[in-house]
Design a protein around this ligand. Sequence first.
Ligand code: GDP
Length: 368
Amino acid sequence: MDTHHHHPENDEQYLGLSVNSGVDRPPSVNPYLSRRPRRKPVPTPGELVEGILKGDITSLSRAVTLVESLAPDHYAIAQEVIEKCLPHSGNSRRIGITGVPGAGKSTSIDVFGLEVLRRTGGKLAVLAIDPSSERTKGSILGDKTRMEKLSTHPGAFIRPSPSAGSLGGVARKTRETIVLCEAAGYNNIFVETVGVGQSETAVHSMVDFFLLIQLAGTGDELQGIKRGIMEMADGIIINKADGDNIGPAQLAQAQFRSALHLFPPTASGWQPEVLTYSGYYELGITEVWDMIDRYFAFVKANGYFERKRQEQSRWWMYETIDEQLRKHFYENPDVEALLARNEDDVLANRRSSFAAASEVLNFYFKKR
Ligand code: GDP
C-alpha cells in the first residue's frame, strides 16, 4: 500500500507550505554594535605604568597579557612597561613552590597564601610556570578555581601559567610578570610549578626561596630525578601529615633529613629544613612560615639575598641573549636549508659532524 498518498502535504492541491512574501528579516547582528570599536584600544605604556604603580588590577592584567602576547608590537609595549616598572620592583619575597601533581600544591598555596597575607598584611601574586603542552593531570597551574579562599581575597592576584611554549619563553614571561606585580605593590610572590621536569631550574632562577612539597610513602622520595630538585630546595615540606598518615610522614621527614646531610653545603649557608604539615587540615602551617621567615632573616643578614638576586639578573641577561641568538640562527631560512643538507650528509657518513657544523657556522657569520 502506498502510504504517501494519505499525507495531505503530498496532495498537489495542498498549499500549506507555500511561501508568502513577508516582512524583511531583521539583521541577525545588531547594526549599532558594529559601529563601536570591537576591542578596547591598547593603552599606552605610560597609562599602563601609571595604573600599575597605583595598584590597579586591570592595568596589571592588561600589561601581563601584553607580556604573554606573541605579537611583536605587544612585545615592544610590554618591554617599555617593564623598563619603567623595574625601578619600582624588587621589594618582595619571591617563593617558588613545586611538587608532583597531587602533592597538594593548590590546597597548600591556598592556606599558605592566607597565612602570608595575615603575617605581612600586604598583597600576594600567585604565578605559575607550566611549559607542558598538555596540562599536567588536568590541573592548570595557578588556576583560580583550585584556590578557593585566595581567589576571593582582595589582596591576591592569581594568574595561570602563560600558555604552552618553550620553557625559556614561558619562564621569561613569568619573570617579567614578577616585575610588574612588584611594581603594583605585591610584596609576596609565589611561583608554582610541577616537580617533574626542567621547570624547577627556571623557577629557581627567579625566586629567593624554593619550597619542595613532598608526600610520604610514595616510594620515590629519594629517587634520582628528584635529587636535582632536592638540591635546590631551601625547605622540604611533607604534606598530608594527618590521620593515619602522620607516622609515615614523620618517617619520610627523617629520611629526607638524613639524605640532605649527604648534599654539599648550600651557597647561602642555610641548612635546608624538613617539616611535616597538612594543607587540607591546616596543621603545621605556622611552622612552615616560621621557617621561611627564618630563612629571609638569615640571607638578608649574610648578604646572600642581594647576591642571589644579582646573580639571577645576570643569568637572565645571558639567558635572553642565548635565546635570541639561537632563534636568529635557527630561524634563518638559508641556515635551515643548509642545515638540512648537512644533516643528511652527516647521517649518510659523507661528512664529519664538525665539518658540517663549520660550514653552516661560516656561512652564517659571513652573512653578517
Ligand atoms: P596539586 O595537584 O599538587 O595541586 O594537588 P591538590 O592541591 O589538587 O591536591 C591533590 C589531592 O590531595 C586533593 O584531593 C586534595 O584534597 C588532597 N590533599 C591536599 N592536601 C591534603 C592534606 O593535607 N591532607 C590530605 N589528606 N589530603 C590532601
